[in-house]
Design a binder for this molecule. Structure first.
Ligand code: ADP
Ligand code: MG
Length: 504
């Protein structure tokens, strides 16, 4: 029950203040669901026109945005409204009028009152969407009724987007999975537009450091220019999504010429997450021309995507071909070693000491991407600061309970054998060898114990995987380890640590 005295959704809020509040709440919830980036890109420009009776009318500044929001978020928004206001049946998305409307929006679609100016506003502080993207979220919901389009993109705009100060080469930890991509990025930063490295195409899964490397290149090129006392290099960094958005805004305000010219005057163009252009043929076409113009003019281009050029189906062939004709470098999934080094680097200088065991634990558990890893560490540190407590293993498990559970996975006997062998520094083959020496037999027993605890395999099956041993041997191992854990706290802690690392 969200509203005092309103256990069921009310049929209609009594005042516009209440509607505003309700709308703010819905937007807040949506933002939580979709995440900040998606929200900022697509949803923050929504304005509520009216909410009366059965119909809610929501405004968006462009047809494109309206169609997008309607098809991607329409249903969700409607059910959110219905949860708050039972009378709501339909959600209507409309495009707000703009003085120079040229895209043939039917008059009926235009809203009569309160037309917010679309396009650059003279005198208003210019804030490009790209800037908005690179700026940390303000945290608070923006005032209602103020269309974000007031911060409209200036198609002749300044492309000098603020780069994330954290994303430099200095803070990028290099390991096997990313060393090639890192070397290519360095090379491009040192000698932009050299043959063979233009374009540089970086690809890899989410959170593996593509954006970080792109910003690092931009920083390095800017810095070098400044050191040499040169005219500042024009650097344009933006996501492909933003590229499309600005392109469409330019189309709308009939300033595509300015858009093209300004983009073609940059020295370094970095386009992040190109996969976004899949199926967006017009924007692809525009990008293709910009791309060619820049390459021909000897300017450096860096592009990132989640797949290699050849795997980007839905991107036009000629563009894919051109994307692949410079240097293509992939960022591989992280290894345990890389994750640990990254954590060590990030934990340093945080003011709160994080025990190495906790870092190892996180590096073992959170294997998907670096962003999540960082997030987990930040949460631990924030928690420790907030409550003035030291970071401990127990605390970490508690604080990160949800994250860790999300990363739970089925553990296999092979993994158990491998991890235990590593831990006790014996050979993996010793897990199934007949050797009975204590230094080998004990770890083997521990592995059997863990296999029993952590997998659903039967005793005979476990026995088979340990060099064809009998199920009674496994049974004996399980009870022996349990006994030892009872008797010896240090031993128990060791086994517990292994279990936690492997745990499903
Ligand atoms: P992507 O663009 O590939 O999705 P990001 O570049 O945004 O990933 O990286 C996600 C987060 O992880 C960022 O905070 C970034 O600084 C960090 N990160 C990724 N790889 C590394 C690395 N090798 N060293 C340090 N930080 C990294
Ligand atoms: Mg990225």
């Amino acid at each position: 029950m969200e509203q005092a005295g309103g256990p069921t959704p009310s049929s209609q809020p009594s005042t516009s203040g209440q509607t505003a509040e309700l709308w703010a709440r819905i937007r807040g919830r949506l933002r939580d669901e979709v995440g900040e980036v998606e929200y900022r890109t697509w949803l923050r420009q929504m304005t509520l026109a009216s909410a009366q009776g059965e119909e809610v009318v929501i405004l968006l500044p462009t047809r494109f945005l309206r169609d997008w929001v309607r098809s991607h978020y329409g249903d969700r928004l409607r059910s959110m409204w219905q949860a708050e206001m039972a009378s709501v049946r339909t959600l209507e998305f409309r495009v707000v009028p703009e003085p120079r409307a040229t895209d043939g929006v039917p008059a009926a679609e235009l809203r009569a009152n309160e037309p917010p100016p679309v396009g650059p506003r003279i005198g208003a502080p210019a804030r490009s969407p790209a800037e908005a993207e690179a700026t940390p979220p303000a945290g608070l919901a923006e005032p209602l009724g103020k269309p974000a389009e007031a911060r409209a993109p200036d198609p002749r705009g300044d492309w000098s987007v603020p780069l994330d100060p954290r994303f430099t080469f200095d803070t990028f930890v290099v390991g096997k999975p990313n060393e090639f991509a890192h070397a290519c990025a360095r090379r491009v930063a040192e000698r932009p537009a050299s043959p063979g490295f233009n374009p540089l195409f970086l690809y890899g899964g989410v959170g593996l450091g593509k954006t970080h490397l792109m910003h690092a290149i931009a920083w390095a090129i800017r810095e070098r220019g400044a050191q040499l006392g040169q005219v500042p290099q024009q650097v344009a960094y933006m996501s492909a999504e933003k590229f499309m958005y600005r392109f469409i805004a330019a189309l709308r305000s009939q300033s595509t010429m300015e858009f093209k010219e300004s983009l073609r005057s940059v020295d370094l163009l970095l386009i992040d997450d190109l996969q976004f252009l899949i199926g967006k043929d017009n924007t692809q076409e525009e990008f293709f021309h910009t791309f060619n113009a820049l390459i021909d003019a000897g300017k450096q281009i860096v592009v990132s995507a989640d797949k290699s050029p050849s795997d980007l189906s839905g991107i036009e062939d000629r563009l894919r071909t051109r994307l692949g004709c410079g240097m293509v470098a992939d960022l591989h999934a992280t290894t345990y070693e890389l994750r640990l080094s990254i954590l060590q680097a990030k934990a340093m200088g945080q003011g709160v000491p994080v025990p190495p065991k906790v870092l190892e634990f996180l590096a073992h558990k959170i294997t998907t991407n670096v962003r999540e890893l960082e997030g987990a560490l930040n949460r631990l540190i924030a928690h420790a600061n907030l409550f003035g407590r030291a970071v401990t293993m127990e605390g970490a498990q508690e604080v990160l309970h949800d994250v860790l559970r999300a990363h739970d996975r089925r553990v296999t006997i092979e993994e158990i054998q491998k991890r235990v062998a590593e831990h006790y520094n014996i050979r993996l083959t010793d897990m199934s060898s007949p050797r009975r020496a204590r230094n080998v037999a004990r770890p083997r027993q521990i592995a059997m114990y863990l296999a029993k605890q952590l997998t659903s395999r039967s005793l005979p099956e476990i026995g088979r995987r340990f060099g064809g041993r009998d199920h009674t041997t496994v049974m004996h191992a399980v009870s022996r380890v349990a006994e030892l854990m009872q008797a010896d706290a240090a031993f128990a802690e060791d086994v517990e640590l292994l279990r936690r690392m492997l745990e499903t």
